[in-house]
Ligand binder design. Structure first.
Ligand code: HAM
Length: 440
């Protein structure tokens, strides 16, 4: 039987040109986070299922997780997200001083129907601040998110960061007579509002709440797009969740984060959020799915016993972000250019191979990226290969060169060839401005 050439549906398989795009995106994200003092961490890919049963939510575990029994009989999942692992890491590291500013690029797994922006294996960027309970922490992570978009060249107005608050939503729902279990169900209904037709949603909300009047009020709340909305002001006045939203708005304005705006329809699907919640989306309609989602989770670390620790952060899908960048033409034409070899060492025949090898190694020791011929092809084919790989210089080791211990060095940009003492080739190449790919 022949083996299939396809990976399993929805699994991540990136060829070098696709990986170059991802590396470019990841590099810009990392730069933005480093600008705010974040440190990188990682966690296990396989976790006990209980970790996610506790607070991530029913849908994520029972419908979307890769759940199996390992050889030791433990029920484990391929991590569908990173936040519970992060919470556990901090719960067991009391020596880490807070506030903690941590970031990670985990590969996660969810058994979803693969479609635009949704895969079963996907890479996320996670950024979280823990040990800081105030609105400044919320602002900090939203600022990094905005900086990431700016670093990637996203124009003003192409994306928006909608924010709201679980605390506010719960408070308002109580005031309009939707409390307790019904309150939880109502949050779930709000989370679906953007995914359904208006009529369909109304029928759904009525069924969930068992009462058309309360469904109308729920729809009214979810339609609020400004903290100055008169109905909202009247209904939410004096609620702590409302005051913290007003404070967050004040800080966002002071920081000049114009992409952020209040949106009561954002409640987020994960159960652990307790306060501010937010999502980043494309305003142009080219990408329906959220590019990033996050929020405040003040009770997650405390689940592990030990000290309680407030947290706020977000997960940004690299795939969803890439689609956004493609939509707006923001991926550079040759994202892999900076990591190409500087030099191709061409070898005339096997007689020159040993010398060529020593030249190549010595160039690498000087910090240059060097690809050397290993196939014994004709020189013309080697020059073509050098052109394809983007090397800026070709160093030829032919019989004359080896006998005289001088290499022929061709500058591929100018076409000029120079004979250079073998010991000085690196110096010669490095003296040419922009000779190293990553210095461009
Ligand atoms: P989430 O909303 O489940 O949040 O995921 C965050 C982002 O991950 C989504 O907005 C999307 O870009 C990406 N994503 C999710 N599922 C998929 C998928 N199947 N394929 C491709 N991309 C996907 C969380 O995961 C939270 N743990 C985020 C967080 C961190 N909250 C606080 N800290």
């Amino acid at each position: 039987m022949e083996l299939s050439t396809k990976p399993l549906t929805g699994m991540r398989q990136l060829y070098p040109d696709e990986m170059a795009v991802e590396a470019y995106i990841v590099g810009r994200i990392r730069d933005a986070a480093l600008a705010y003092g974040f440190e990188e961490y990682d966690g296990p890919t396989i976790e006990p299922v209980e970790l996610f049963l506790a607070k991530s939510g029913e849908e994520l575990v029972s419908e979307q997780s890769y759940l199996f029994e390992d050889r030791g009989g433990r029920r484990v999942v391929l991590r569908p997200e990173m936040t519970p692992s992060l919470a556990r890491m901090l719960a067991s590291a009391p020596e880490v001083s807070s506030p903690v500013r941590w970031m990670s690029f985990p590969v996660c797994f969810r058994y979803e129907r693969p479609q635009r922006g949704r895969a079963r294996e996907f890479r996320q960027f996670n950024l979280d601040v823990l040990g800081s309970a105030g609105v400044m922490g919320d602002l900090e992570v939203m600022l990094v998110l905005d900086r990431i978009m700016k670093n990637l060249g996203a124009p003003d107005g192409a994306y928006q960061i909608g924010y709201s608050s679980r605390e506010l939503a719960t408070g308002v729902l109580e005031r309009i007579g939707i409390a307790g279990q019904d309150g939880q169900k109502a949050l779930g209904a709000i989370d679906r509002i953007g995914k359904m037709q208006p009529d369909e949603w109304t029928a759904y909300a009525e069924a969930v709440l068992g009462d058309p009047g309360r469904a109308v009020l729920l729809g009214r709340f979810a339609s609020v797009r400004s903290l100055d909305d008169p109905w909202m002001r009247e209904t939410a006045s004096g609620l702590p969740g409302f005051d913290s939203m007003l404070e967050l708005r004040r800080l966002l304005e002071a920081a000049g984060l114009r992409a952020a705006s209040f949106d009561a329809s954002i409640v987020r699907g994960l159960d652990y959020y307790t306060g501010t919640v937010f999502e980043l989306s494309d305003t142009g309609g080219g990408n329906r799915r959220a590019i990033c989602g996050g929020g405040r989770y003040d009770n997650l670390v405390g689940l592990f016993g030990g000290r309680p620790m407030a947290g706020v952060g977000f997960g940004l899908g690299i795939l969803t972000l890439r689609l956004f960048l493609e939509t707006y033409g923001l991926i550079p034409a040759d994202p892999g250019a900076a990591s190409r070899p500087d030099v191709f060492v061409a070898v005339y025949s096997s007689a020159e191979a040993a010398t060529a090898l020593s030249w190549a190694e010595s160039l690498r020791s000087s910090g240059l990226r060097v690809m050397m011929e290993i196939e014994g092809r004709s020189l013309s084919r080697q020059f073509r290969a050098a052109g394809r790989c983007g090397a800026r210089f070709v160093v030829v080791a032919g019989p004359d060169e080896v006998a005289s211990n001088t290499a022929s060095v061709k500058n591929m940009e100018t076409g000029e060839t120079t004979r250079v003492q073998a010991a000085s080739v690196a110096e010669h190449i490095l003296s040419v401005p922009g000779s190293r790919q990553d210095s461009r």
